[in-house]
Ligand binder design. Structure first.
Ligand SMILES: Cc1ncc(COP(=O)(O)O)c(C=O)c1O
Length: 403
């Protein structure tokens, strides 16, 4: 039998029921520590001379199952699970840099990643620059002698611009710089950066990997040697590890990732078309739209264009907030990738920490809304949007007295 397909791997990889008394579901090892038979066994485990668990911050069987499954589906050598997406982002960036280094970053990242880059700059003199990375020349021009990491989000949160991963990885290889990709918006089902030549993949597993809005977690995947070193140093000593129960929930969530993603993507495609035609909408930014500036990149590197839509409503912050206040089925919340459709206002929520000038450079306008399309019937989501547009229209008609 050849290698199993993605849909099979998310269910079976990393777990062998015959090793656990036939239990169909992976067992939850909800324990902080592990007992040793003898003092000498404890000594051998600490010395790395004998395999086995020691203490759950250093490793746990349920967490190890999740890590193996994630490494398999991201097509990497070794995965590490963390207590949040930001714990994964910070562990990788801290592990790959030192004082005086430079990080080249895509033009736009999640607000807290932006905050972390600021912190690294202010406290440890690790500088960064942003680049659209549209062409080889643009990437080459932005690389300095000190660049030690190229850090990319694609699609970028929340501007939905894309970066050509194969092209950047090719340039980075020539220069010997590792490429780190935050793959949260795509999930491993839609995009596999390691297959495109990148070196590390990070997920906020809080999102599509969990899929049910009940876990905060992160995962990073990369080369075995470096990831092992990170697990024994940065991860162990800074300590942002995942709880066994959260790892267990993620193992469960992963089983349905492909079916959920297909539905998220189908719903998003229909809703993007609906929003594009709406007179109250100025612009829809969705990688599946042939008018999207990076449509060709989406076609090339993503299996489907994803479940997130950003759109600029006509007006400004006031109009954007008034609109989302009228929604009933769609919930106002940050986060994404859940069964429930969620909407948020990036300028005052996820990217409020980014100064206005930097936000505008990234393309985050005050009238932008980000919609994480859920698994409900798409017609019900559309009806909720339509009712809110209509309610806002009626209110503004009453205010201005116009018909
Ligand atoms: C693209 C992206 N990366 C990282 C994170 C951080 O993940 P977490 O909230 O799990 O720490 C988020 C959170 O929204 C995100 O959207």
């Amino acid at each position: 039998m050849g290698e199993k397909r993605f849909e099979t791997k998310v269910i079976h990889s990393g777990y062998k029921s015959d090793e656990f008394r036939g239990s169909l579901a992976p067992p939850l090892f909800q324990t902080s520590t592990f007992t040793f038979d003898t003092a000498e066994q404890g000594e051998r485990r600490f010395a790395g001379e004998e395999e086995g668990f020691i203490y759950s911050r250093l490793g746990n069987p349920t967490v190890a199952m999740l890590e193996e499954r994630m490494a398999t589906i991201e097509k990497g050598e070794k995965a590490l699970a963390f207590g949040s997406g930001m714990a994964a982002v910070s562990a990788i960036l801290v592990a790959l840099t030192r004082t005086g280094d430079h990080i080249l970053c895509s033009q736009g990242v999640y607000g807290c990643t932006f905050g972390l880059l600021q912190l690294m700059k202010e406290k440890y003199a690790i500088n960064h620059d942003f680049s659209m990375m549209s062409t080889r020349e643009e990437v080459l021009a932005a690389i300095t002698h000190e660049t030690r990491v190229i850090y990319i989000e694609t699609p970028i949160n929340p501007t939905m611009r894309l970066v050509d991963l194969e092209m950047v990885a090719d340039v980075a290889k020539e220069k010997g710089i590792p490429v780190v990709v935050d793959n949260t918006f795509s999930s491993p089902y839609l995009q596999n950066p390691l297959e495109l030549g990148c070196d590390f993949v990070i997920h906020s597993a809080t999102k599509y990997i969990c899929g049910h809005g009940d876990v905060i977690a992160g995962v990073a995947v990369g080369p075995k040697e470096i990831m092992t070193k990170i697990s024994m140093t940065t991860q162990k000593d800074i300590g942002g590890v995942i709880s066994p129960f959260d790892a267990w929930l993620l193992l469960r969530g992963l089983k349905t990732l492909p079916v959920r993603m297909d539905r998220h993507c189908d719903n998003a495609e229909k809703l993007a078309a609906y929003l594009s035609d709406h007179p109250a909408v100025e612009e829809v930014i969705f990688p599946g739209d042939p008018k999207h500036p990076d449509y060709a990149i989406a076609k090339k590197q993503m299996r489907k264009p994803g479940g997130l839509i950003s759109f600029n409503i006509k007006g400004g912050q006031k109009e954007a907030q008034a609109f989302i206040n009228k929604l009933k089925l769609i919930k106002i919340a940050v986060s994404l990738g859940d069964a429930e459709t969620l909407i948020q206002h990036p300028a005052t929520m996820t990217h409020a920490v980014v100064p206005k000038e930097a936000r505008e450079k990234m393309g985050i306008k005050d009238n932008m809304l980000r919609l994480s399309v859920g698994l409900e019937a798409w017609e019900d989501i559309r009806d909720d949007l339509e009712a809110a547009f209509e309610a806002v229209r009626k209110e503004s008609t009453m205010e201005t007295g116009s018909i």
